[in-house]
Design a binder for this molecule. Structure first.
Ligand SMILES: [Fe+2]
Length: 294
């Protein structure tokens, strides 16, 4: 089999064929996928009925796996999956949908806001790899926005301004904006804001992108309302329809995206139906700014 990647959206997203992710990849296959990620930023693999161990092995081709600790309010004993997996399902340890008022469920509803995975970590994630083990019939699309095109579309003055700015990102901002009730002292310490540059350059292609997420709650040195108004405006521009791809899930689809070049969000679905989505995350290798949060 030979890997081929066909771009399926005018500005990004490739559909990959000719590879079975259950088996170890050759160095050439890994290189072809990396090159596809550099170009398309999101890759769609169809019909990949893989187990957790196979997903972990596939993920390791692209770097260290990011540990899921510190990114959720779910306690260790409430976790359904191996700590190398992020549970993006709507399920508890009994594999049934969580109760309506379950704290984990309320927290995970924040995934309906545009974000980049782990932008709330000092060294944010490189890739995310999401496997659709059980998908819902209606709703639950994952949408992606190309943040390179978003940057390209800014006028020169706004580009120059954004280049100088550093934002503070925290899960407390994104969940707080949805009215998530009270964080414990331990969670407040865990979700302490981190600083991220607003403009990033891709290490391989040099292309610039806007680094936004619902986790970004303020801009260093700006009054908070001014920062939030500016960030909302940038988000609105960045997620205009021409920059967005909406993925309708089929069972055993596997999606891979570059968090340095894209944002994403899940759309609403019937939360009483089982939706079992499992994510592995490739850790990033450097902070985006030398500025460290106070
Ligand atoms: Fe996400």
């Amino acid at each position: 089999m030979t890997i081929s990647i066909r771009q399926i959206h005018p500005v990004f997203v490739g559909e990959v064929s000719g590879v079975d992710l259950r088996h170890p990849l050759t160095p050439e296959e890994v290189a072809a996928i990396e090159a596809g990620m550099d170009r398309c930023a999101v890759l769609v693999f169809r019909d990949q009925n893989i187990a957790d161990e196979q997903q972990i092995a596939f993920t390791r081709n692209f770097g260290e796996i990011e540990n899921s600790a510190g990114g959720t309010v779910t306690k260790a004993h409430e976790k359904r999956l191996n700590p190398l997996m992020n549970d993006v399902s709507n399920l508890g340890t009994d594999h049934q949908p969580l109760a309506r008022d379950d704290r984990t469920r309320l927290f995970n509803l924040g995934n309906q806001l545009w974000h980049s995975d782990s932008s709330f970590r000092a060294i944010p994630a490189k890739y995310s790899i999401l496997s659709g083990r059980i998908v819902v019939e209606k709703g639950g699309n994952t949408e992606f926005a190309d943040m390179r095109s978003a940057y390209d579309a800014l006028d020169d003055k706004t580009k120059a301004l954004c280049e100088t700015l550093v934002c503070e990102h925290s899960l407390m901002y994104s969940r707080g904006s949805m009215g998530f009730p009270e964080f414990t002292e331990e969670e407040k310490a865990m979700f302490r804001p981190v600083r991220q540059a607003l403009v990033r350059s891709h290490p391989n292609t040099g292309r610039k992108s806007l680094y936004l997420a619902s986790h970004a709650g303020t801009i260093v040195g700006w009054p908070i309302p001014e920062a939030r108004a500016f960030l909302r405006d940038l988000n609105e521009e960045a997620t205009r329809p021409q920059n967005v791809y909406s993925h309708k899930w089929r069972q055993f689809d596997l999606l891979m995206w570059d968090n340095r070049q894209t944002m994403h969000r899940v759309r609403r679905f019937d939360d009483t139906e089982v939706r079992d989505m499992r994510r592995t995350t490739v850790a990033g290798d450097a902070p985006t700014t030398q500025q460290v949060a106070a």
